[in-house]
Design a protein around this ligand. Structure first.
Ligand code: SR1
Ligand code: MG
Length: 436
């Protein structure tokens, strides 16, 4: 059976000028793009071009020349993971380019430099990040990234704050929201794959079977969970707090020990801030629960698991701190105007206000983190953190813990008072499971 989705309802216009590139056609094309020849050096015959896309949607080429390299990302008119049976509008490249530019203004140095956008070919030419690797791959190998928590929390705080009503005048924010909220097909993927399909029998779903058959059935039968996840979906559908990355997992982060870059914001739209924060927390927790599956003789991964949980805490705590600083120092938008709340003679200060704001954001982030965890175990698109565990029964054990923890987050999002309580619960679930 071919996977189906409501996304087929969206019209996919393929302009006559569009053609997907291959390694042979890309060189002559790039030779005509301003500045590219200078960056690569030499001429097209000297360039090596390799298609390396291992994501779910697009073509990605690495181009190397005598003077340097670059990356070319081109949208296909369908979902690469599935094939032409699932059409997907090319305009996602437009939204990715817009988001890269906008996020770079607010969080400079944390994304790839963008060199060129071709609106006819739906193609972006950008910086080749070398020697960076995809963070998810490094984490599977047990590699630590000391600068990551600081960088990702700065990215989250600055991109979310500066695209929100806290920083922008209402008319500016509404104009940006109107632009990005045309990215309906990519939002539709998240709406279906995260918030609906894992909770019903759906042909897109798959899981480690038969080991998790009972767990998947229990999730489908869990009315309280379905109510909670439906409330999260409602938030996702209706709240336009900030310009989100929209798919902020550890596969959207390129790292070295010293440097962190956030890539791939093609799912960008105006949505609830907690969705981006939760995506990152949830993916770190997924990696935590996968680690027992990567243990080797002489490396039980205990220390690495501790690092992953420390990092999960640090991401939230640094984000919280950075966001609070911006709240105090850079609140120039129409929301919570300082003129109302920071009048010294009335002794009214906005501390209580932003405490409440951060509590709501924390609760949202935990709920979305949980939903993101569940979808990666039961839905269409899984994470290699688990898929690369060769022993299937061990993989199922790890996935079951992640599933249970995802459920606990969705149902109990409002009950955790701080991030240490969350990581303690994760540690307890993993070690309790070991004792059982
Ligand atoms: C059909 S696309 C499946 C997933 O791949 C992307 O990375 C997003 O996470 C999306 O949900
Ligand atoms: Mg992606």
């Amino acid at each position: 059976d071919k996977p189906m989705t409501d996304a087929v309802l969206f019209r996919v216009d393929v302009p006559p000028t569009y053609r997907p590139h291959d390694a042979a056609s890309l060189g002559p094309y790039l030779a005509k793009v301003p500045d590219v020849t200078n960056r690569l050096g030499g001429s097209p015959e000297d360039w090596s071009i390799e298609e390396v896309g291992d994501g779910n949607l697009n073509l990605v080429f690495i181009v190397r020349g005598p003077a340097g390299g670059l990356v070319v990302k081109q949208a296909l008119p369908y979902v690469r993971l599935v094939g032409e049976s699932w059409p997907l509008p090319l305009e996602r490249a437009f939204f990715e380019h817009e988001a890269l530019i906008e996020h770079a203004r607010h969080a400079p140095g944390l994304g790839p430099a963008v060199y060129h956008y071709d609106g006819a070919l739906f193609l972006i030419v950008m910086e080749f990040l070398e020697p960076h690797i995809v963070m998810r791959r490094g984490m599977i190998e047990g590699v630590r990234y000391p600068g990551f928590a600081d960088s990702i929390s700065r990215y989250l705080a600055r991109t979310l704050f500066f695209t929100s009503d806290l920083a922008l005048k209402a008319h500016e924010k509404k104009a940006r929201a109107a632009l990005f909220n045309r990215n309906v097909s990519l939002c539709n993927i998240s709406e279906q794959l995260i918030f609906t399909e894992p909770y019903i029998l759906h042909q897109n779903n798959w899981w480690t079977s038969p080991e998790l058959d009972g767990d998947a059935a229990a999730i489908r039968a869990d009315v309280a969970l379905k109510v909670a996840v439906s409330n999260l979906k409602y938030k996702f559908l209706t709240e336009t707090q900030a310009l989100l990355h929209g798919d902020l997992h550890t596969g959207s982060v390129m790292v070295t020990a010293q440097d962190t870059r956030i890539i791939d914001p093609e799912f960008a739209f105006y949505g609830p801030m907690g969705f981006d924060v939760g995506a990152m927390l949830g993916n770190l927790l997924l990696n935590f629960f996968s680690q027992d599956g990567h243990a080797r003789d002489g490396d039980d991964r205990a220390d690495y698991k501790a690092w992953v949980l420390d990092t999960t805490e640090a991401v939230w705590l640094s984000f919280d701190k950075a966001f609070r600083t911006l709240w105090h120092d850079a609140r120039t938008g129409d929301a919570y105007p300082a003129a109302l709340f920071e009048i010294a003679e009335q002794a009214i200060h906005s501390d209580a206000l932003h405490d409440g704001y951060m509590r709501a954001l924390f609760r949202d982030a935990l709920g979305f983190a949980g939903a993101k965890m569940i979808r990666r175990i039961l839905g269409l698109a899984h994470n290699i953190d688990f898929e690369q565990i060769p022993d299937k029964s061990l993989r199922a054990v790890c996935e079951r813990r992640a599933l249970q923890f995802g459920r606990a987050l969705v149902l109990g999002a409002g009950e955790f008072t701080d991030i240490a309580e969350v990581t303690r619960a994760a540690r307890d679930l993993a070690s309790g499971a070991e004792r059982a």
